[in-house]
Write a protein that binds this ligand. Structure first.
Ligand code: DI6
Ligand code: FE
Length: 397
């Protein structure tokens, strides 16, 4: 089944925006067969759909989310703003531990039901691919449960889900002070079991003073390599432990956050071809002041992605468009970089080569916008100019 979208402004995201003003796209099955100026459209009698001059971009890709979790942390948010200290919140059962407890207590169906409205908010902004991490289970059973929920999402909605094992996210209370034992007894066996069940597309960790050391992350990466799985890393978010360099040397798809990244880290990422995933929602929520070195990454030619980091603690947001706006306003990324960050570079951060641009052979995942120029997607705050979503060639899926 072929179809033609015509009278479109195409942002192909090949070589910058890759704008084609009076453009057309030929879709065959779930793939793009042709894209270019309407004047050059190959002769075909396939049905045509008039895009009314609207902007058509690749479907957006949110390449870093913790979409599946139990409960929320609104009460803790309020406590902090009425003067409670971090310690008081922890004693009241708050923080990441409260999300772990809620996620462990939830049935698989309940986790799915909680994740779907968040996913719907993402889809309403033109997202067609979303990455989902584990990491709020921190025991074998619950890590597997989270990943099973993530794998079920595409049977509920028209979306592709890339799963990431994040067993090395935090040390659970029952292993306090014994991070290596946690890795040996829970995280690494959970990774093996999840991989055996086909639940893992890539492996992540949180390299930070409050989480895992570079040596501990190296253990997780060694296991990933043994299983043939690609790696990525939460690195240099709150301090500089040289996690990005460790990740780059392991050939990581990406290093994420990066507020404290230094020149050596930038060079290592550039040499490895790792993507820098910029997460302004966490920076904003934490009221962080140290900005990721955007100019240095740009100068070194490190591809930058932008993602929501959707999580209940440091980024309670589902909006990729807001993340793009924040990347521009807070970090001085350009709207073109922000859109590349949610399309072509986000695809690369997930190791997916079949999406993120409008080109022959790519998946026909597209977003149609009530907009005429792609800068509009980063410019507005709180607006969702999506007109239609095309998933695998199906209009308004
Ligand atoms: N970095 C973060 O900002 C979140 N996880 C991570 O690795 C925090 C997660 C949480 O507080 O629930
Ligand atoms: Fe994260």
């Amino acid at each position: 089944m072929a179809a033609i979208l015509h009278n479109a402004t195409l942002a192909t995201m090949r070589d910058g925006y890759g704008l084609i003003p009076h453009g057309a796209v030929v879709i065959e099955g779930d793939r793009i067969a042709w894209a270019g100026p309407e004047a050059d459209l190959p002769a075909t009698d396939a049905p045509r759909r008039d895009m009314g001059g609207r902007l058509v971009t690749p479907g957006l890709i949110d390449c870093h989310t913790h979409l599946v979790f139990g409960g929320n942390r609104a009460r803790e948010f309020e406590m902090r703003l009425t003067g409670a200290s971090y310690e008081e919140i922890a004693r009241a059962g708050g923080g990441i531990v409260s999300t772990v407890a809620a996620t462990r207590a939830a049935r698989e169906d309940d986790l799915l039901a909680a994740a779907l409205p968040r996913l719907d908010q993402m889809l309403a902004e033109g997202v067609t691919t979303v990455e989902v991490k584990s990491g709020y289970g921190l025991d074998i059973e619950t890590e597997l449960k989270m990943l099973r929920v993530a794998r079920r999402l595409p049977s509920c909605r028209d979306v592709t889900v890339a799963t990431t094992f994040l067993g090395a996210h935090a040390v659970p209370p029952e292993y306090a002070g014994r991070p290596d034992d946690y890795l040996t007894e829970q995280a690494i066996p959970a990774l093996r079991a999840a991989h055996a069940e086909g639940l893992v597309d890539s492996v992540d960790g949180f390299c930070e003073g409050i989480a895992f050391s570079p040596d501990q992350i190296a253990r997780v990466f060694a296991e990933a390599r043994a299983l043939g799985l690609p790696v990525k890393l939460h690195a240099e978010q709150l301090s500089n432990l040289h996690g990005a360099e460790l990740a780059a040397k392991a050939g990581a798809l990406s290093a994420d956050h990066l507020e404290y990244l230094d020149e050596g880290g930038i060079r290592a990422m550039a040499a490895a071809g790792s993507v820098a995933v910029i997460l302004p929602g966490a920076f904003y929520t934490l009221r962080e002041t140290r900005q990721p070195p955007i100019a240095g990454l740009r100068a070194a030619g490190v591809p930058m992605a932008v993602a929501s980091d959707c999580n209940p603690g440091t980024a309670p947001m589902t909006s990729i468009l807001l993340a793009m706006n924040m990347a521009c306003t807070l970090f001085r990324m350009t709207p073109q970089e922000a859109l590349l960050g949610a399309t072509a570079h986000a695809a690369r951060a997930l190791g997916l080569t079949d999406r993120g641009t409008i080109a022959p052979g790519q998946r026909a995942d597209l977003a149609v916008w009530d907009a005429t120029h792609p800068a509009e997607l980063s410019y507005r705050i709180g607006a969702t100019p999506l007109h239609a979503r095309i998933f695998g060639g199906r209009l308004d899926a």
